[in-house]
Design a protein around this ligand. Sequence first.
Ligand code: ASP
Length: 461
Amino acid sequence: MQRTMIRETTGMVGQEVLVKGWVHVRRDMSKLAFIDMRDGSGIAQVVFVPAELDDNSKERMKELRPEFCISVRGVVNARGAKQVNPDMETGTIEILAKELVILNPSKTPPFELEDTAKINEELRLKYRYLDLRSKRMRNNLILRDKVTTFFRDFLHKEGFHEIETPILTKGTPEGSREYLVPSRLHAGMFYVLPQSPQQFKQLSMVGGLERYFQIARCFRDEDQRGDRQPEFTQLDLEMSFVTQEDVLELNERMFIELVKTVSPEKHITQTPFPRISYADAMTKYGNDKPDLRKDKNDPNELAFCWIVDFPMFEDDGEGGVQAAHHPFCMPNPDDIALLDTDPMKVRASSYDLVLNGYELSSGSIRIHQRELQNKIFQLLGLPDDLIQARFGHMLEAFEYGAPPHGGMAPGIDRVVMILANEPNIREVIPFPKTGDARDLLMGAPSEIEQKRLDEAHIKIK
Ligand code: ASP
């Protein structure tokens, strides 16, 4: 017999069905047992009446406890008017069990799956595979799938191509510490995990691909301040022959349509999105990610804004300067002369998208000429040999007719977090790490046996 998904049973009154899933809740009333049975599509009530069951099923029924994985053959019956449950999607029917098979019993789960809001998070993370069975996690991950599917569809319609870039690579300094991967084949040498595909997406533009995007995993070895993860996901995109206006216009359109498509219950405070210069934001709000919601108690309000005209450089706290965003940003054309006279006053052609007080995305128009890029590296205090060693490939690529280009990279975890009204990004990541970067389910990081360390030419201090 073919399996029927539980949600489909509402349309099958009078028919015999075979359903498979988990025991969600068990209630007993004298000789009867009522099981709320759950599968990937929903929950329905299954009634076990001893007289309707074969002998074996009768025995098995007594054993059923929450989270047992079961298979039930039964008949779909319409509920009487009084028994209809309007709070349940399948509340108009119930399944009268004829045969029960226990596919796999379950230990008692270490926490209740019905409402996980008050459950200790470390416990949820250790048993994430159980936590994923909760409605909360399921809904969040389905929303995440809708968001990434929307982005893919939208960008393909706009002529973008989805392009993969390496995970094992060489550093791109964007202000964060990088994860190191020792090379076995080249003793004493290392790959690093990308903080973002920044250089590769720019090199794709030099490669003539014109419109690139990727749902890209990014890795940053930071002390976990606030709501950060060692690995997170960006919608990384880049376009050739565009101005800042083009990038902002495309992204604004994309986010407005995203909200309409995946979260129609939400409303955007103001369109077009307000644009605020970095200088004005600092004066008026004291920060560069103002929360412009009119009613902060409205869970459905989305206040987007653009912050533009960021400074090109900032104090690095050690007497030198660093790139405010990253060193590939194009200086504002009006400020080029200031590079020689007063570089700290130079504005970059860079922009952030802010939503409800969160920085959702950074981006910029990039430098595409060797001389200017080299000058920026010099202003950042890099000696020529280091520039060559770290960025020689970018400088060289720019000498082969590199087109003008620019882009940005919205953080997908944050977008989904806000749309799901969740308090942190761990709630929208299937297998996240703890605040101190541990994976409690797998037990990472972990020690490595000596033989493998030797192969990787590593000696532990
Ligand atoms: N790579 C940048 C970042 O991760 C985004 C960009 O400039 O496109 O912030």
